[in-house]
Design a protein around this ligand. Structure first.
Ligand code: WT7
Length: 656
């Protein structure tokens, strides 16, 4: 579909009706909302039957704000629900993971039976190293199967994993290890990125200089680069794990046993250790995976293209899909490892049916051009998902047309590290979809959009997204900081969970997420979302990616500063750039309003992003306001910032 056609289509403001193919066979039938609404807690209790209980719970929700427990008197073992059950019930030969390496041709297929053996071996090794129930184990690993074996082995022992994304610095790793007092670290010598070895173990060594209580480090040999070794503390995976028995008798633990901690950035500099407990979390990841992706475990090949270092990887590469017993792709590399067509090669080779990824990746793939996916047979795909940030309609349409063949429904899933599992999303076969809308909350979940005073807004109005009743996979708190938990999430609107996101209800009452409320700008008393302006910019044919921040301004309170990456095809001369900047300002004024016209547009070959791929708006605001740059340790490429700062002078346009 050409860009002009997409624009014309969007102008008509149409929704896609539920696809007939899904209506006929969706796991969820339309009465699901009514069933759940009739008694959400009882409905969730029925969903909890997806787990393998050692003793069934007789209680469901106990709610004493902000503390919830779900199914508290039941007992179970998380790894049994994910792995053992499939072997026991005759599904042991089904593939759990097709692991695909960074290098083309490197792959490994792991059946559920093999997965059980690996998890047991790893659990036995962890016991040998001294891991006990309740201990915290830091996991700092590349996207290799051992990362998953480790997570499952840790929870099998009733211990707690804290997976730290492999792209984080030694300092970030150390602060996370210290905050939750991890005594064990599982890592690798290094990782492969586009064929090059990038070290991990040196960062662990550096971090552990300030973490004297870590007693054992288990190291997978992945790159075979030389590493330093601390005798007595460091152990090679192949020395400690390989010889273990592949049998381990799992013990059952209470439903509210803490499973993992996942650090996430808040409004302050110190990341929050969001922790999740066992049965509520597992119930909701399993249920949402089943309904939102309409999975057919016998036939689907599912690919959540995310890193296990983030909540998306925990919930939808590890726990949710495994409980459902599906076959997955686990991909080690980057979208262009081995070439810009790598993703499409993987999809066509493995006949992937369900693809779940982030808008930022979709925009990258879009920037590389639709000709690349067009050269592949992608007809195995039947459902597409997106997560992590608001998706601009152009990227949504590109995804739908060029990846989904205008055939696959797109589920735009809104959730957070704190929510543990998907909260808002269309359901395939039931909901219509609109480019950029998460549509509504899932069965058993209630959300609302409220104004400053906490009053629900009407259709056509915007406000703050809140969750109005407890849900099974809600975080049980911030590790070691209950006060901050209460204050951050439960104090803004009494009795309601404050998500920190802006949202609006459209004329039909469907839900659109507008980005974090800290990114909402106030221009001359008019509220404008940075996302809205970004959508407008990205809607211009010359723009690949855009980030917008509100910079303080003497006359208007805030003024808009836009950082824009142009498509490869745009000319390189100063005149080309000046022309494009003027065009873009006019384009934004035309698309939204003259109020939304950026004061400045800064052209940059790249945008500064966190290692998880989120645009660093805080940093861009600092650049826009000439403040000092502060901590840039989570930038993918810190030089981008300096480069942008340099560009401020050359490409800034004057006031009109
Ligand atoms: C924030 C949570 C959920 C896993 C990955 C991110 C934004 C997430 C959407 C979406 C609009 C979204 C929100 C949210 N977000 N999904 N579909 N549409 N915004 O987890 O790092 O905890 O970030 O991501 O702003 O608050 P996270």
């Amino acid at each position: 579909m050409s860009e002009a056609k997409i624009e014309a289509w969007l102008d008509e403001d149409r929704a896609f009706a539920p696809s007939a193919e899904f209506t006929a066979q969706a796991n969820a039938q339309s009465s699901i909302y009514e069933d759940a609404d009739a008694d959400p807690v009882a409905w969730w209790r029925r969903q909890a039957d997806r787990l393998t209980w050692a003793s069934e719970p007789t209680t469901s929700l106990e709610w004493n704000l902000p503390n919830a427990t779900w199914f508290a008197d039941g007992t179970l073992n998380a790894s049994v629900s994910c792995v053992d059950v499939h072997v026991k019930e005759g599904r042991g030969d089904r593939v759990a993971y097709h692991w695909v390496g960074d290098a083309e041709g490197e792959s490994r297929t792991i059946t559920y039976r093999e997965l059980l053996g690996e998890v047991c071996r790893t659990a036995n090794a962890l016991i040998e190293l001294g891991v006990k129930k309740g201990d915290r184990v830091a996991v700092y690993m590349p996207m290799i199967p051992e990362a998953i074996f480790t997570m499952l082995a840790v929870v099998r022992l009733g211990a707690i994993h804290s997976v730290v994304f492999g792209g984080f610095s030694a300092e970030a790793l150390a602060s996370r290890i210290l905050d939750s007092d991890c005594r064990f670290v599982v890592t690798a010598d290094g990782a492969f990125r586009r064929g090059a070895a990038s070290p991990l173990k040196p960062a662990v060594d550096e971090a552990l200089k300030s973490c004297p209580d870590v007693s054992a480090v288990l190291v997978v040999q992945r790159t075979h680069e030389d590493v330093d070794w601390v005798e007595g503390r460091d152990h090679w995976w192949h020395d400690v794990v390989d010889h273990q028995s592949d049998v381990h008798e799992a013990q059952a633990f209470p439903a509210e046993t803490t499973m993992f901690i996942m650090y996430t950035s808040g409004t302050t500099a110190k990341p929050k250790g969001i922790f999740h407990t066992t049965a509520g979390y597992l119930t909701q990841v399993a249920t949402t995976y089943n309904y939102v992706f309409d999975v057919k475990p016998e036939t689907d090949v599912c690919w959540t293209a995310a890193d296990i270092g983030w909540i998306t990887g925990h919930s939808y590469i590890v726990y949710g899909p495994l409980i459902n017993g599906v076959t997955q792709i686990m991909y080690e590399g980057l979208p262009d490892s081995g070439g810009r067509d790598r993703w499409w090669k993987i999809i066509s080779q493995y006949q992937v049916t369900i693809l779940y990824t982030a808008p930022t990746t979709i925009r990258t793939l879009m920037k590389w051009g639709h000709q690349i996916p067009a050269a592949f047979d992608l007809t195995s795909l039947r459902l597409l998902g997106t997560v992590g940030e608001p998706i601009n309609p152009e990227a949504w349409m590109w995804y739908r047309m060029n990846v989904g063949g205008n055939r696959c429904p797109i589920v735009d899933t809104w959730w957070q590290t704190e929510t543990g599992a998907i909260i808002c999303s269309p359901l395939p076969g039931i909901s219509s979809t609109k480019p950029g809308a998460a549509m509504r909350s899932l069965p058993g979940i209630s959300v609302a959009v409220v104004d400053d005073s906490g009053k629900e807004v009407g259709n056509g109005e915007g406000g703050y997204l809140v969750i109005t009743a407890p849900w099974p996979s809600m975080t049980r708190g911030i590790w070691g900081d209950p006060d901050r938990f209460l204050e951050t999430y439960w104090s803004r609107f009494p009795g309601k969970y404050f998500a920190g996101d802006g949202a609006k209800l459209d004329a039909d009452g469907d839900l659109w997420l507008l980005g974090r409320v800290d990114d909402v700008m106030n221009i001359s008393g008019h509220r404008l979302s940075t996302t809205e302006v970004e959508h407008a910019l990205v809607g211009h044919p010359a723009v690949a990616e855009a980030a917008v921040v509100g910079a303080s301004d003497e006359t208007t309170g805030q003024a808009i500063v836009a950082f824009v990456t142009l498509k490869l095809s745009v000319g390189e001369t100063e005149q080309d750039h000046a022309r494009v900047i003027e065009e873009l300002r006019a384009h934004v004024a035309n698309t939204i309003s003259p109020i939304a016209k950026p004061r400045q547009i800064i052209l940059t070959p790249d945008l500064p992003k966190t290692r998880s791929g989120k645009i660093m708006r805080r940093l861009l605001r600092d650049v826009a306001e000439n403040r000092s740059l502060g901590d840039v340790t989570t930038l993918t490429d810190p030089t981008v910032v300096n480069m942008i700062a340099g560009l401020m002078d050359t490409h800034a346009t004057s006031e009109d």
